[in-house]
Write a protein that binds this ligand. Sequence first.
Ligand code: FAD
Length: 386
Amino acid sequence: MALKTGQQYLESIEKIKMSIYLFGEKIENPVNNPILRPSLNSVKKTYELAQMPEYQDLLITTSHLTGEKINRFTAIHQSPEDLVKKVRMQRLLGQKTASCFQRCVGMDGFNSVYSTAYEIDQKYGTDYQERFKKFLLYAQEEDLTVDGAMTDAKGDRGKSPSQQADPDLYLRVVERREDGVVVRGAKAHQTGIVNSHEVLVMPTIALNPEDKDYAICFAVPLDTPNLHIIVGRQSCDTRKLEGSDIDVGNSQYGGMEGLTIFDDVFVPNERIFMNGETEFATMMVERFAGYHRSSYACKTGVGDVLIGAAALIAEYNGVPRASHIRDKLIEMIHLNETMWSSAVASSWEGAQLPAGNYIIDLLLANVCKQNVTRFPYEMADRKSVV
Ligand SMILES: Cc1cc2nc3c(=O)[nH]c(=O)nc-3n(C[C@H](O)[C@H](O)[C@H](O)COP(=O)(O)OP(=O)(O)OC[C@H]3O[C@@H](n4cnc5c(N)ncnc54)[C@H](O)[C@@H]3O)c2cc1C
């Protein structure tokens, strides 16, 4: 089954018995938890839109591995046109959910690991890309949501992973076995982790030769023994518990992030895509970060919702044609479309990597991220004075 319906996605997540903690309590039924459910609804939208003919040009593409139809969130980008369709899909989902729909991190991880594994194999004669392709094929055929796990706890930012006073501040290999490795550490701020089927773990920083145990990339299912998730707080999360019809913000949709702890997790060899090749950590991190900076195109979809809401408020107040209000709405549109310009430009300027897949233009993707760290706040500021 290459494409799941929204309901099938929900049922598939329900079946995974994850170890999740929220406010210090273990959560037995995350799918129906009122604080977590809106975030699941946002991911579910990536499945629902793929079932709707009017959105299939953006949400569905062809697997370069099999030629079968797959959800674009599991695809390896084959051209600049693919990269442009990706950001269009992200803007659409931002419009439909007005929130983070969480599935981009895994997609960006797929494209980074696919290309980096290929280049490691070229240098060392390893078979990481073949292993990764098997995992990717599984993700495509089962239409999986995969969390992209890069950020470590880090500790002293002035020291490399192996120089830290506490060696577990960066995720590392603590045991090497014939059939795989055991890893220990944590990945912080994992977007959509409780709504994912699998987690794809990558290093987070440039590594020195002595950081060999930290140069590890792998994927495991979320119900793997000794893997625990602590959900991060959101500023308005308990509002969702109030049972009110009003003043609950974006009550149907939302994002979530969590600290994911690997308390001696076993990873079998077939799921390892880098193991000790420290000099390739930078490549993997830069590519992931680059893809992800362009993926912030999603915020223009959220911006569309904000602009629409501001215009509606002006209309309700009987002042839609007041010149100072129109000026502010125009400025909001200007900021939103400036973010969009950098996302689209970074996609059209994409280039082919040695593995054959396409990467966005890294400089323009950085401009996109810079814009996204400033403009949504300026837009919200304009709205507040409409
Ligand atoms: C809502 C949310 C969702 C996220 N989702 C994900 C996810 O799905 N997957 C994932 O892997 N990560 C995720 N992240 C993590 C995000 O990518 C990191 O927060 C980000 O990379 C910054 O890392 P940090 O928080 O450790 O800050 P730091 O790296 O500590 O940065 C803090 C400040 O210190 C500076 N600094 C850091 N190191 C140095 C140094 N050596 N020298 C000088 N200055 C330095 C930085 O420039 C910055 O100004 C998410 C974060 C948030 C907030």
